[in-house]
Structures are given as structure tokens and as C-alpha cells.
Design a binder for this molecule. Structure first.
Ligand code: AHG
Ligand code: MN
Ligand code: MN
Length: 337
């Protein structure tokens, strides 16, 4: 029957007592994020019709050409989240420095780190893209915010999630009590619970990596990828190769179907020897989600959530997905096979 779906707010209230992190203020924060994502989703869904595809002509702090939709998404989220009333500061993949909420605006102690638009090189090809977010609490006693308030281990996250803009727009998030997925019903503008308590298969049948970079990998990385290329599933079939090139889309498939996603360190850009993906705004939130769904995430040596960040836009190699696949990859990277 219509109207019987569970909204995000309802879901948070149901689980509020179980999750100390899921306070009414976190609900408020997520509601503002949702409003921002609905605005971005609307623009993404008409990107081919209005002049919002293509490039702005600028280059961001990552050294990447900024796309108009990157810029739009970034401005929408900063504007909306400044007005959430519960955030004291933010960091965006698109901004070199932290963004402190102006003192004249009401602020509390949540800290938001986000990738406003992930996979943006795929926009013109109408491939799924998304928004990734990570939520921390400010723990320092100082009355002002510093970079140190952001350089915290992924294990300290209060919540993490992503929006994926595709055939449907979805929100997938965790507050530390499992992972749930909500699908936007555009006719009523609500995200309704559609994927309850998502868990990733313990072992998968898919490996996901950009093999064009093989020539840039060290021997152990080549050995790790070759393992999955030659591996047989229980049914005796080879693993399937899938790579979309949009982390949110590759991650979402991996979360639902299982397998392993890899973006290893490589030598294609001497300035970025640790690979391309950013720890704070991409990899740590996704590592939190995958662990909450029963999977794993390492940098080839240690659990992603244990890494103490040293820089805001630090990049890390990543091996994430089904627990047994990630263990195998990490063992090979450690020279144990
Ligand atoms: P972003 O659009 O936020 O810069 O992220 C792009 C990332 C990520 O989405 C994806 O996994 C990766 O770029 C793909 O990189 P390659 O094209 O080097 O494979
Ligand atoms: Mn990204
Ligand atoms: Mn991005």
C-alpha cells in the first residue's frame, strides 16, 4: 500500500536508541544532506539538457580539471550544510583547505568530509556517479577548529554513506549498526528503505581494477591481480572483470554482489605514488560501510580504518570487498603467497 515505506528519518528514530551516534542532530544533518542530494540528483538527471556538462576551465586542488557538475554539487552541499545548524566545519575534495562554518551561523560539533561528485569524468557518458560523505565529531577542547580535527582515523567516524545517481537515486549509509539502503521515490521526494541490513557475500566472483595501469604496478600488485584473473569460483567459473571507473558505482556493485575492488599504488603519476583515491573523503567512509556490511578494506598492509591521516587530501591504495577476497589480496601484497 502507498505510504507504508520507511523514511530515513523514521529509520533513524527507530534505531536512535541503539546507535548513540544517531542523535536527533545527526538526523538533522542527514536531512540537509538528503536535501542537497535531491538538488544534485535533479541536475544530474537533466545534465544533457542544460549547460551543466563539460568543464569549468579550472583545475582543483587534486590537479584535476573541474567539471561544471562537480562545482555545482560542491556549492550546493557547502551552502546547505552551513545551514544545517549542527556542523562546525567541513572538508571537500574540491577545496584545498577546511571550510569553517561562519560564527554568525548556528554550529554544533559535527564535522563533515565529502566528495561532492564522484566519478565525474563519466558524467558526459551518462554513467552512474555519486556523492560520498563521512561524519566525525569534533573532540578537541579548543574553541576553534584546526586541521587536526579532521586528521582522525576512519574508525572514529560517527556515520558514513553515499548517494548514487543512476537509474534510481539511492542513499546507502551506516551509523555503526549495519548498512541500509534507501531509494528515492521522486513522485513524493522521499528516500524509502529498500535494502534492509545489507551484507556482502564472504567471497565473491568479480574483480574490479583498471588493468590499463598494469605497467605501473609493482610485482606484488601484478601477482595479486593475476591471482583473481586465474581464480575459479566454487562453481568452477573464472571471476568476472567489472570496472566502471566511478568509485561509487564500482563500490555499490561490490557491496551488493561481492568480490574485490582494487585501486593499487602505481607509478603513473610520480606526484601520486599511493594511487588515486583519497583517504578522508572517499576510502575511509567506504571502508566503514564495507566493514559494517561484513566485508573488509586494507591498503595492502593495514586496515584502512586504522590509518592515521597526515594530510587532508592524502591518497591511499585500496583493496576492499568480500572478506576472504580482501584477505587473500592483502596476504599476497604482504608476500605471504
Ligand atoms: P572523482 O570524480 O571524485 O575525482 O573520482 C574519480 C575516481 C573514482 O570515482 C574512480 O574509482 C577513479 O577515479 C577512476 O580512476 P581511473 O580513471 O584512473 O581508473
Ligand atoms: Mn571521487
Ligand atoms: Mn569528486
Amino acid at each position: 500500500m502507498e505510504g507504508l515505506g520507511i523514511t530515513v528519518t523514521e529509520h533513524l528514530l527507530i534505531h536512535q536508541k541503539e546507535s548513540p551516534a544517531a542523535t536527533g542532530r545527526l538526523t538533522r544533518l542527514l536531512q540537509e544532506l538528503i536535501f542537497g542530494a535531491k538538488i544534485i540528483s535533479r541536475e544530474v538527471n537533466k545534465a544533457g539538457l542544460v549547460d551543466i556538462m563539460g568543464l569549468t576551465g579550472e583545475v582543483n586542488v587534486q590537479g584535476e580539471r573541474v567539471r561544471k557538475l562537480d562545482d555545482f554539487a560542491n556549492h550546493v552541499l557547502i551552502y546547505r550544510m552551513e545551514r544545517s545548524g549542527v556542523i562546525c566545519a567541513m572538508a571537500s575534495e574540491e577545496n584545498a583547505d577546511i571550510i569553517t562554518v561562519p560564527e554568525h551561523m548556528s554550529r554544533e560539533d559535527y564535522i563533515l568530509i565529502f566528495d561532492p561528485l564522484d566519478g565525474s569524468s563519466n558524467i558526459d557518458a551518462n554513467v552512474n556517479i555519486g556523492t560520498i560523505f563521512s561524519i566525525h565529531r569534533k573532540v578537541s577542547e579548543r574553541p576553534y577548529i584546526t586541521l587536526d580535527d579532521f586528521l582522525r582515523r576512519g574508525s572514529k567516524q560517527v556515520a558514513a554513506g553515499y548517494f548514487i545517481y543512476g537509474p534510481s537515486t539511492m542513499l546507502v549509509y551506516t551509523t555503526g549498526k549495519g548498512v541500509n539502503g534507501f531509494t528515492l521515490d521522486p513522485s513524493v521526494g522521499e528516500f524509502l528503505l529498500s535494502h534492509r541490513n545489507i551484507t556482502i557475500p564472504e567471497i565473491g566472483k568479480i574483480y574490479s581494477v583498471n588493468e590499463a595501469y598494469t605497467c605501473y604496478w609493482d610485482e606484488r600488485t601484478k601477482k595479486t591481480v593475476n591471482y583473481f584473473k586465474s581464480q575459479k569460483t566454487k562453481g568452477g567459473k573464472p571471476y568476472a572483470a567489472r570496472y566502471i571507473g566511478s568509485f561509487v558505482a564500482d563500490f555499490h556493485r561490490n557491496l551488493l554482489y561481492g568480490g574485490i575492488f582494487m585501486y593499487p599504488a602505481d607509478k603513473k603519476d610520480p606526484a601520486k605514488p599511493r594511487g588515486k583515491l583519497r583517504l578522508l573523503c572517499e576510502v575511509a567512509p567506504m571502508a566503514y560501510i564495507i566493514e559494517q556490511a561484513g566485508g573488509a578494506a586494507t591498503d595492502g598492509e593495514q586496515n584502512i580504518l586504522d590509518i592515521k591521516p597526515s594530510e587532508l587530501h592524502q591518497r591511499v591504495p585500496v583493496f576492499l570487498g568480500s572478506k576472504l577476497d580482501v584477505k587473500k589480496a592483502t596476504d599476497i601484497m604482504q608476500g605471504k603467497h
